[in-house]
Design a protein around this ligand. Structure first.
Ligand code: HEC
Ligand code: HEC
Length: 305
């Protein structure tokens, strides 16, 4: 891809580069033609600091040779590599291409290491200290910035070390989550619930599901309005992994706890995205990483005697 947003700039940069090189040649040619009238002592007649005189010697041949070689080199370089505007160069070299080639080589080098893991199920890998060490490193490099270095998440980023899952917690589902990513999306629901009093009442009803502190009169009033939520969160509010709709009855809160937080979600909706890793990590890496994540909330089987 060219970085120039207009064809003119590509031509402008290429022209300025070539003109600069031509100017170097011109400089050499002009200075070679310029003759200073010879004097008997072979100086130019310029004297500084009393006795510092400027000699009138021609440029050494090796220096002129180097100068011309540099110009020839720069022209050959510009033919081979990208340097003239958006011209890609005969070798088709690019930083992107080099990065991809290095990534390919690194993956090929790691293949034998991962081969011993891909044949085994996630449940078995959890007992393999080597696989778990690799899984943890993959997590620290790719996931900790969002889920925290202890994988316990924070507001908006789910805890991966508990048994509460938005999308499901089997090794297969986790692998699917990692590969393709997930989007959890709740639309603004206030209009479907009613006026702001109704929204408040539903919030109290939601809190009552997990026996969190709430106003029981308001909760009772809000109960009938919860039908608007049941399609996703289920009639009893226990959630739906197929939609990524959280369990509202377990007192585990992804987006904050209390009436104001719940009212805000009902009014504004909420969309969270887990980025898919398919382009970043290989299938084998996702297998090992997924096993590590699964292992956070599932005990390793007792080692074989
Ligand atoms: C840019 C931030 C970000 C990064 C990086 C990220 N995640 Fe996530 N992840 C999220 C968000 C946000 C969610 C919740 C999505 C939702 O609400 O449905 C999520 C959800 C998940 C889930 C599903 C949890 C559940 O309860 O079902 C798993 C598993 C997961 N992430 C693992 C990982 C792993 C492993 C990595 C490293 C490869 C990773 N994530 C990288 C933001 C991120
Ligand atoms: C179209 C499906 C859908 C409907 C309808 C819906 N929700 Fe949600 N809700 C979701 C999803 C998906 C999330 C998770 C958003 C995310 O991943 O960030 C969510 C998140 C929430 C949360 C945050 C939970 C937490 O752990 O922090 C609350 C509270 C909530 N919804 C309440 C309600 C209430 C009350 C209603 C009815 C007025 C409702 N929802 C209607 C899909 C829905």
């Amino acid at each position: 891809m060219s970085d120039f947003d207009h064809g003119f700039w590509s031509i402008f940069i290429a022209g300025a580069t070539l003109l600069g090189i031509a100017a170097c040649l011109l400089l050499l040619w002009v200075t070679a033609r310029k003759k200073v009238a010879p004097r008997s002592d072979n100086t130019t007649g310029h004297v500084w600091d009393g006795d510092l005189t400027e000699m009138n010697n021609p440029l050494p041949l090796w220096w002129v040779g180097m100068f011309i070689l540099t110009i020839v080199f720069s022209l050959l370089y510009l033919v081979a590599y990208p340097g003239l505007g958006s011209y890609k160069g005969e070798l088709q070299w690019s930083t992107q291409g080099e990065y991809e080639e290095e990534t390919r080589q690194a993956r090929a080098a790691l293949e034998p290491l991962y081969a011993q893991f891909t044949a085994r199920k996630a449940e078995e890998l959890v007992g393999d200290a080597n696989a778990m060490a690799i899984g943890e490193r993959l997590f620290m490099n790719n996931c900790a910035q969002c889920h925290g270095s202890d994988a316990r998440g924070s507001k908006g980023f789910p805890n991966l070390a508990d048994i509460d899952w938005l999308h499901g917690g089997t090794p297969e589902v986790i692998a699917r989550t990692l590969t393709k990513g997930r989007v959890g999306s709740m639309p603004p629901m206030a209009a479907a619930v009613g006026n702001s009093d109704d929204v408040n009442n539903v919030a109290h009803y939601v809190l009552s599901l997990s026996n969190s502190p709430h106003d029981s009169v308001r909760a009772q009033l809000g109960k009938s309005k919860f039908t608007a939520c049941a399609a996703c969160h289920g009639a009893s509010g226990k959630g739906n992994p197929a939609l990524g709709a959280p369990n509202l009855a377990d007192d585990i809160w992804l987006h904050g706890w209390g009436v104001p937080a719940i009212v805000a979600i009902i009014n504004n909706g909420k969309t969270s995205e887990m980025p898919g890793q398919a382009g970043k990590l290989t299938e084998a890496q996702i297998h090992v990483l997924g096993a590590w994540v699964w292992g956070l909330s599932n005990k390793a089987p007792a080692p074989k005697p």
